[in-house]
Design a protein. Structure first.
Length: 277
């Protein structure tokens, strides 16, 4: 299991009562589970077929965040998608799939940047401490796939690795420069690699619609203790090279290290468009 160490001195969160919005932001890594591409007809043996899919995921979250290795000592977090959208600075996500006969490769990349500000006022308004927090999240997933069924219900098996990186920074300002934390900055970075296995089933309904189901499980103590994902969706072929994708997605993480832990579930609808050639 990779050793995870703070990139800079760890912020003493136990001593500073920041808003929940800033606190939960450090777990933005869980947003980054890849959306498996559900492309059109599989490529014939000996020829390559490609699909690029930008997508959006309107997720909320429910769970516990802790700045120790004990989730039971953490903060209960319940945020809707509208709550998260308010502190989102930038996000980009997309997947790329290549297939040749029964074999294929899926690459997924996700980037998030979140920011929020919290203010704590001392007794009788004597002093004010403001904290500006930002979080940058990067996720890179590489999976190999193999099609095991060619019947009406096509089944693919997946296996590979998922790399996750979460970096948080907090800048502190105070109305009294004499305060010990005034003008200081803190940062923390966590990263891990999960082995992942999964399966996808595609069931055509008519000429244009396809129902898609996907499930995976990963971690196994090598990176996170456990992670899993369920997707149920429908694809609509606007043309041979353009496919619209809609569905619902649930992702759960159980991760802990020396000074950081979260037990979190993410759930919400997704939408994307696949371009194949």
């Amino acid at each position: 299991m990779p050793t995870l160490k703070p990139s800079r001195p760890t912020l003493p969160f136990d001593d500073i009562r920041l808003s929940r919005a800033v606190a939960w932001a450090l777990l933005a890594g869980a947003f980054a589970i890849p959306l498996p591409a559900a492309a059109g007809d599989d490529a014939a043996a000996g020829s390559w077929q490609f699909e690029a899919t930008p997508y959006l995921w309107a997720t909320g979250l429910d769970g516990t965040l802790a700045f120790t290795a004990r989730p039971q000592a953490g903060i209960a977090v319940q945020q809707s998608f509208s709550d998260l959208f308010k502190i989102l600075d930038f996000a980009a996500s997309g997947s790329f799939e290549a297939r040749n006969g029964r074999w294929g490769v899926l690459f997924d990349a996700v980037y998030f940047k979140l920011s929020d500000t919290a203010t704590v006022t001392g007794p009788r308004g004597f002093a004010t401490l403001a904290a500006d927090g930002t979080v940058t999240q990067q996720i890179y997933t590489l999976l190999a796939s193999y099609r095991v069924s060619d019947g009406p219900n096509q089944v693919n098996l997946f296996g590979g690795l998922r790399y996750a990186s979460v970096e948080g920074d907090v800048d502190l300002q105070a109305t009294l420069p004499q305060l010990a934390l005034a003008g200081r900055s803190f940062g923390q970075k966590e990263h891990w690699v999960d082995p992942v296995i999964g399966a996808r089933i595609r069931h055509p309904v008519g000429e244009r619609w396809t129902l898609v189901g996907y499930a995976d499980i990963g971690g196994f103590g090598a990176g996170s203790d456990l992670s899993w994902q369920l997707i149920a969706g429908a694809n609509y072929a606007f043309s041979p090279g353009i496919v619209g994708k809609l569905g619902y997605r649930v992702v759960a993480f159980d991760y802990s290290e020396q000074n950081f832990a979260y037990d979190m579930r993410f759930a919400g609808p997704y939408a994307g468009v696949g371009f194949s050639w």
